[in-house]
Every structure is written in C-alpha cells, then in structure tokens.
Ligand binder design. Structure first.
Ligand code: GLA
Ligand code: ZN
Length: 684
C-alpha cells in the first residue's frame, strides 16, 4: 500500500481541542511536552472550533490557531486541520433558521447539539464555504498541516422543503419522465401513481413508507446529497494547495450513507472505531466484527491504508456500561487496526474536557493533568510500538477472498416486508461468514457490487437479496473463468429498482448456481431443522448441523447436492449445493445455520480450493493473525483476544521469526504471550 505520509511512519495522535482551554495559559506548552512523551506525531485540530474562529459572521479570530499550529510544528507534531461544519455557532441558526434540520416527522429542530444541519440550505453552503476558504487561505500551506479533516462524522438526513425540491430534481434526472418513475416504482399499487413531481415527498412516519423503491431512492439521494456537500467543502479548501489531501471521518458500517459512494469524494479513508470490549468473556464475536469493519474501511479505497482517526484511550461514556479496558487490551486493539491496514492510531481526545457531555469520556490526559496514569502508560506503550513498526507503514494487506457488502442491498433487504420482519439479520449473517474465515486466519477484502472481482479466488455474497444485473454478469464470468462463488438463501430476489425477478429466484444467479428457489420457510424463534451433509466429499467428523430462521426450498438444476434437510415436509430436499460452471464452482447454502456449520464449511472451501491461512502458526481459539507484507518481508500480527496466556511454537513457521515488540517472553523457539497480548513477528 502506498504510505500516505512516507516521512512519518505510522501516525499516533488525537483530536486536540485547545480552543476549550484558551483561558488557561500554559496548557498548550504542557500538552506539547506530554505529546512528545507519548510519542505522538499528529493532532486533529479545529473539529468543533467554528465559534472560536468566527464568533460573529465575517469576524474572524485566527490568532489562537496560529499559535497552536506554530507551536505544534516547532515541536515536530503535524496536524489534520478540520473544517468546522460538524457543529455550528448559535448565531448561524438564529440568523439563518433554514440551516436547522427538519426530521422525517416534519418537526424542525431547535438550535443545539451537532451533526444536524440541512445539507441543502444555501445559507449553510455559503457559510461553510466561506469559513473553509478562510482557513485554507491562511493554513493550506502551513508546514504543520498534513491533510484536511473535512467536517466530522457526517450523519442523518433533512426533510425540509429545500431538500424535498432537491430530491425531486434528483428523481427527474434519474427517471426523466413520471411515467418511467411510476412504472419502476410499481406505483399503481394502492393507487400511488404520481401525476406531478410536486406530489412526491420523502418517506416519513406521517406519510408514505410503503413504496420500497421510493424509500431506497431517498436513501440514495441522501447519500448523494452528503457526497456533494462533502465535495463542496473540499472544493472550498483545495484551490489554496491542491496537493493537500482531504478525508472525512466515517463510522464503520454506518447505515445512513453508502460509503462506497462517499469514499469517491475523499483522498483517503479514515474512521472512528469504538468497540465495547469485555462485555463477555469470549471476545471473538466483537474482535471479528471490529476486524470486519477495518477490512471494509481498507477496501473502500484499494491500494491505500485507512487511518484510525478516533478510538478511545480509556472508556467511552455513551454506552450503557463504561467498562475499563483490561491490561493489554489497549495495545491489542490499537494494533488490530494496524494489522488490518491502518496507517495510524489516533484517539478521541487528547485532553479530557472539564464540562459538558464528554467530560467523563476517556482521553489521553485525564483531569489530573499528567500521563502517570494507567491510560497514559498504555498510550505511551502504543507510541513506542508504532515507532518500532515504522518500516511496516507502507506494507500491503493481501486477500484472495472477497465478501460482498453493498449498501443498496442492505437497505433493500432490511426494508422488505417478509419473510422475517422480526429481524432479517443481514448484517449479522455477513459477519458470521466473515468470522468463520477470520478465525481460520484467511484474509478478506470487502467489495460492493460495483467492484471488479476478477482478481479474487473466492467471492462470498451472503443474502444478496438485491442483485444488480451487471454484477450477476460479472459473477458468471468470474466462475466460468475458474472462480469460486458462494451464495445463500434469500438471494436474487429483486433487481436494482427493488422489483422482483420474474425468471425464478435467484434471478440472474439461477444459472451459475444451478438451482431454482421456489419458496422460503420462516421458522419461529426456537424452531429448528437439521441439515445432514450427504456428499462423500464432506470431510468432517460432524455431518449434522442445526438450521434455523430461514430455510429455502430449492430444486437443483444441475447442481450437486452436498446436504439435505432432515425434518418437516421438505425432509430430504437439498440444503447445500455445489454447481460446476465453466472452470469454477458455485455453492448455495439454502438455510441459516449456526457458526459450527460455517466453520466446517469454510474449512472445506479452503482445503478444496487451496486458500491458505496467512500463517502456519497454530493458534488456539480466541487468537488470530493477519499479515502485512512488503519487499519479501512479512509482518505477522499475532493477536490474543482471549484472557488466557498462550505459548506459541515458532518452529511452525518455516523461517526464523523476530519479535519486533517483545511484549512476550521468548525461550528459544517458544514464545509466551500474556492474556490480551499482541506481538508482531518479522519473517524475511
Ligand atoms: C465520535 C465523535 C467525537 C466524540 C466521540 C466520542 O466519534 O466524532 O467527536 O464525540 O464520538 O466517542
Ligand atoms: Zn433540508
């Protein structure tokens, strides 16, 4: 991967909000001394500083920011400079009430909070454009500034009249005529036909919610609107130094916006990760979910690292229980990001606020004002580790497997009425498939339906309810050319307009999978069926697996039956199939299963199709590895998410291994790692 900031190795830093402390002289000097002690080389500055920068419209005060940037630079600390649109000063709302967001129930917000603006408001566009340009004119060429941190965690949607008009304009461009829109929205249903564009309103609880294509188009429009707002912000700053890259901080698998689209507007991806560790003794579900989100963020811009823009050095304070990280967990969770391709470990925030709602949120510097705290020591340990790993900062993360995770499908499958309104569990299903690969140390990229899949060996598409026909074509070519495709129940039901396929499910995937899905049975909670694996090729001790919730009733059309249902009126009918298609094979898992099946299934897939784990070290349950590599060097990140100490046998890897961090104890070829330990081994 191209290192974004080659001279800096890995970045280590935090959101820094010195504007909260301007009345306390000397704080900046104390902070900088501690930043150096914690081996921090970057700070994100100005994220919520609008009222300190422009206390009245057109009256700017930059002196404090000049001072902060100059002092940081003089001490070798770089800056991600934020545009301040994440929260607006009260004068903006008072003077231009149109900036206040209208909710889906058509109530308009009062002033307050943050991340709640109207992205269509001409006043908001004008004001953000102006302050951004002022900042850029002054700082775009400041030597401390590494990149733009555009706004903060864009979120939500506005239903005001200006947004409605923009939505109608977007629809006109997409559909050209009302006739076309009516047809593709299937709006003769319940007499919902539109005879003028002005009759169309965004979906909401007091109005329309049953036209699925409208709901979906609204979400697509909202993504487009935010993407254009982000573009507007970037266009205001770029002319002053076109070489300065820009990012905006995402929040993982955020539901509201299609991040595949938003990622196109920025130069590199950054995001804020806040796993709630230690909720249960077994951390595997959370650790693998966090790994999945890291892989998603890396995959949004192939070939580039992502940045971990925020994480908490201690606890957060917005979850029901603020549990402390146990010893080791801070370094482990920080390096988990790096292990999956992050170029940084950054925190929210540097110094804990004295007042307001984040005064008890974890920060590097606690209210006591020094680093001689458990958290302070943890942060220093991460700083030291990142320095030792600096050579790995440009290393690649390679995957032969891709999992499809597509926002259109996600929105559509969750919106669909039936077959399981009490929880269709799309996200959970994707995660379960991911986890089965993660625990076998098989590296994975995430793709959308618009990404080229030809370079992968295996493509997994759990619950691909909405299938784009162009993607289906690419799947056919991929399998014909020797690729392995894995699909599940509840796939190929609708096209991109959310209209059901009328060629038999799974629609355009029917041929490649060699099956026809006639019906799907929904099971009540607690009800189960059994799958028996009947294929001689199923090389496992266990041949019986429980299935639950969704059971697809399929007919084979050329596919080989690997397993059958054992109960109910569909006893004996196929439940797992494999179809030869050209030089490749396509699998269909017809029912929702537990992780026991998925673990065995993906082991079979790996064995049969030559997928290898990233390391030959044998790691006990709860422990995983990922590898980053460059110029013949392999950096093996061994991560122990269990609360037990583990001793590794290093002879299981072919060549010599050098422990770069020395977090464990080495005795010859045995290496003892503590509970929640992490080590990076260099293999050359
Ligand atoms: C988000 C925001 C930060 C802060 C943290 C707290 O990630 O971007 O400003 O509020 O949450 O966890
Ligand atoms: Zn609006």
């Amino acid at each position: 991967m191209r290192n974004l900031f080659p001279t800096l190795g890995f970045l280590h830093g935090a959101d820094y909000n010195p504007d909260q402390w301007l009345h306390q002289p000397g704080i900046i000097e104390q902070d900088i001394a501690m930043m150096k002690e914690a081996r921090c080389n970057v700070m994100s500055v100005g994220i919520f500083s609008w009222s300190s920068l422009e206390p009245e419209e057109g009256h700017y005060q930059f002196g404090w920011l000049d001072n902060v940037l100059d002092k940081l630079y003089a001490n070798g600390i770089s800056v991600f400079l934020a545009t301040p649109s994440g929260a607006r000063p009260a004068w903006v709302s008072e003077k231009y009430p149109e900036v206040l967001r209208t909710n889906s129930d058509r109530t308009r917000n009062l002033h307050g909070e943050r991340h709640n603006h109207c992205y269509s408001s001409p006043a908001y566009l004008r004001l953000t454009g102006k302050i951004n340009a002022q900042l850029a004119r002054r700082y775009a060429n400041h030597p401390a500034v590494l990149a733009w941190h555009i706004s903060n965690e864009y979120g939500g949607e506005c239903h005001c009249e200006i947004c409605q008009e923009n939505f109608r304009g977007w629809l006109k461009e997409k559909y050209q005529s009302l006739e076309n829109l009516n047809q593709r929205w299937w709006s003769t249903f319940w007499s919902h036909e539109y005879t003028s564009w002005s009759q169309i309103h965004s979906p909401g609880p007091l109005g329309e919610q049953s036209v699925h294509a409208l709901n979906l188009d609204w979400r697509r429009f909202v993504t487009e609107q935010v993407a254009l707002f982000c573009r507007h912000e970037i266009e205001a700053v770029k002319p002053f130094n076109p070489a300065l890259p820009a990012t905006t901080n995402f929040h993982g698998a955020f539901y509201d916006y299609d991040y595949w689209r938003l990622a196109q507007e920025i130069d590199f991806v950054s995001w804020d990760s806040y796993p709630e560790w230690h909720q249960t003794r077994d951390q595997q579900a959370l650790a693998s979910y966090t790994a999945f989100t890291f892989d998603l963020m890396r995959s949004l811009k192939p070939g580039l690292p992502f940045l971990l823009m925020e994480s908490t050095p201690g606890t957060t304070n917005w979850q029901p229980i603020s549990k402390l990280k146990k010893p080791g967990m801070h370094l482990l969770s920080a390096l988990q990001a790096v292990a999956h391709g992050s170029g940084s470990v950054q925190y929210f925030q540097w110094r804990k606020s004295r007042g307001s709602s984040e005064k008890l949120h974890g920060a590097v510097v606690d209210h006591v004002g020094h680093l001689n705290t458990r958290v302070g020591q943890d942060v220093k340990q991460v700083g030291t580790a990142l320095e030792k790993l600096a050579d790995a900062a440009g290393s690649d993360y390679r995957a032969e497997v891709a999992i499809v995770y597509d926002w259109d499908n996600r929105w559509a499958v969750n919106d669909s009425a039936g077959p399981r309104n009490c929880g269709i569990k799309f996200e959970e299903t994707v995660h379960k498939h991911y986890q089965a690969l993660w625990q076998q140390n098989i590296q994975v990229d995430i793709v959308s339906q618009r990404v080229d899949i030809s370079r992968y060996r295996v493509v997994v598409a759990p619950m691909l309810y909405m299938v784009n026909e162009a993607f289906a074509d690419r799947v056919n070519q991929f399998v014909a050319a020797g690729g392995i495709f894995i699909a599940t129940y509840w796939s190929g039901i609708v096209n991109e307009d959310d209209l059901c396929y009328t060629t038999g499910f799974p629609g355009p995937l029917r041929d490649v999978l060699g099956i026809w899905s006639e019906e799907i049975d929904s099971l009540y909670d607690g009800e189960t069926n059994q799958i028996q694996m009947t294929a001689a090729s199923w090389d496992k001790a266990t041949r019986d697996y429980t299935c639950l919730e969704l059971c697809d009733l399929i007919h084979t059309e050329g596919a080989e039956v690997l397993g059958v249902y054992q109960q109910d009126f569909y006893q004996g009918r196929p439940a797992v199939t494999r179809n030869r298609y050209g030089k490749g094979e396509a699998y269909y898992v017809a029912a929702r299963t537990g992780s026991d099946f998925l673990t065995d299934f993906y082991q079979q897939i790996a064995d049969r199709h030559g997928l290898s784990a990233c390391t030959t070290l044998r790691l006990p349950s709860g422990m995983v590895a990922t590898v980053r590599e460059q110029d013949g060097k392999r950096y093996i990140f061994v991560q122990n998410f269990s609360d037990c100490a583990v001793t590794l046998d290093l002879t299981q890897e072919a060549g010599p291994l050098e422990a770069l961090l020395n977090t464990g104890e080495r005795q010859d070829q045995r290496y003892a790692l503590p509970a929640f330990g992490v080590e990076v081994f260099l293999a050359e």
